[in-house]
Design a protein around this ligand. Structure first.
Ligand SMILES: [Mg+2]
Length: 371
């Protein structure tokens, strides 16, 4: 069913008798449905009017049929095979010497075109409908019509099956539309959710993890490293005299320094380390599987990258430095997050007290903090 719902309805009629094929042609021709002139249809005016779709006056226009006529079952099957669009219906005679019979034809058409509605048209009563139903499923797409038929019957069958075909096609198009709409909405929602999740976890100015996120990462990383008996280092960093940068150069300059600080910190750590902004000019860095020496090394790298090269905003050269405190867990011992934070904080205060732009390490004991 690739074609549009408003395309002509494709109909196949297979019958070995030429007269019957001509009759199909007349009954399903457009002239038949548009005119009641019996001379044009070869059917009486009354019959033509009666067979005109059975549509009451003023209802939808009758369907247009695109009719393919074949005299043998093999030809009918070939026509179905060759056609890109499915036939909406196939009227199939049963006895068609010298070729294959209508049941064989219907069975094979069903395999090629599962949706085609098949009408078995026969004058013989020696065919077991149950047997045909078994060979040409499903039962709701298989009908019988006795020969000799009245043109009205063919017309009724055709218009009823056409209406069903078009309704199914419209439903399919509708479903496709709904499906793509749902997919579109889902991806929009997924993106919105992702954006919200990102916003909820990141600092808007620097793009670093926010306080809540980096604290949560610390907790997770702490339990992970302790499970694996690995050390963890925590760095607390604070830009020195940041208030005076804001006071001297303005808040925009201060923001620019914070953004650049975030970039430099990121450049100094390993890709899997967590860098967060936990306050105005305060930062926390979680270094998993990182011993004291390496933690101090990373902290020193950060100190240099900030203090050794100036910042620039709006043509102004700005100097900023950072003080850092490092605390490291001892492998095989369990530490609470707060104890580690407190140790790093105390190391940071010591760095401040010792003249700023410096790194200090805090030690940890199970209950007490040693310097
Ligand atoms: Mg026949």
């Amino acid at each position: 069913m690739k074609s549009d719902a408003n395309d002509p309805i494709k109909v196949l009629a297979v019958d070995d008798e030429e007269m019957i094929r001509e009759l199909y042609d007349q009954i399903l021709s457009n002239q038949f449905s548009q005119s009641s002139d019996p001379s044009r249809t070869g059917v009486s005016g009354n019959e033509a009017a009666a067979a005109n779709n059975g549509n009451p006056a003023g209802s939808l226009p009758p369907p247009q049929y695109d009719l393919t006529l074949c005299s043998q079952g093999e030809d009918g099957l070939e026509a179905v095979r060759q056609d890109e669009d499915e036939f909406a219906m196939a009227f199939i005679d049963v006895r068609m010497p010298p070729g294959r019979d209508g049941i064989w034809t219907a069975e094979n058409i069903r395999t090629v075109s599962p949706a085609t509605q098949i009408v078995i048209v026969t004058g013989y009563s020696d065919i077991d409908p149950a047997e045909i139903e078994k060979r040409v499923p499903p039962p709701d797409r298989l009908l019988y019509l006795q020969k000799p038929f009245h043109p009205f019957e063919i017309r009724q069958f055709a218009s009823t099956l056409a209406a069903r075909w078009q309704a199914e096609k419209k439903m399919q198009l509708l479903n496709l539309g709904l499906e793509s709409m749902v997919q579109e909405r889902t991806s929009e929602l997924r993106k919105a959710y992702h954006d919200i999740e990102h916003q909820a976890m990141h600092d808007a100015l620097t793009g670093l993890l926010n306080r809540r996120a980096v604290f949560s990462d610390l907790k997770q990383e702490l339990s992970r490293t302790q499970r694996k008996s690995e050390p963890l280092s925590l760095i607390m960093a604070d830009l020195d005299h940041f208030k005076s940068i804001n006071d001297t150069y303005g808040h925009q300059a201060g923001d620019a320094v914070l953004e650049e600080t975030a970039r430099r910190m990121h450049a100094c750590v390993r890709p899997y380390d967590k860098v967060g902004r936990i306050g105005g000019e305060e930062f926390m860095i979680v270094l998993g599987d990182c011993g004291r020496a390496e933690g101090l090394e990373i902290a020193e790298r950060i100190r240099k990258s900030i203090g050794d090269q100036g910042f620039e905003f709006d043509g102004e050269k700005i100097r900023a430095t950072v003080s850092l405190g490092v605390a490291t867990t001892i492998a095989n011992q369990t530490f609470e997050k707060d104890l580690l934070i407190s140790a790093a904080d105390k190391a940071l205060y010591r760095a401040k007290r010792d003249g700023r732009n410096t790194v200090r390490a805090g030690g940890l004991k199970l209950e007490a903090i040693i310097y």
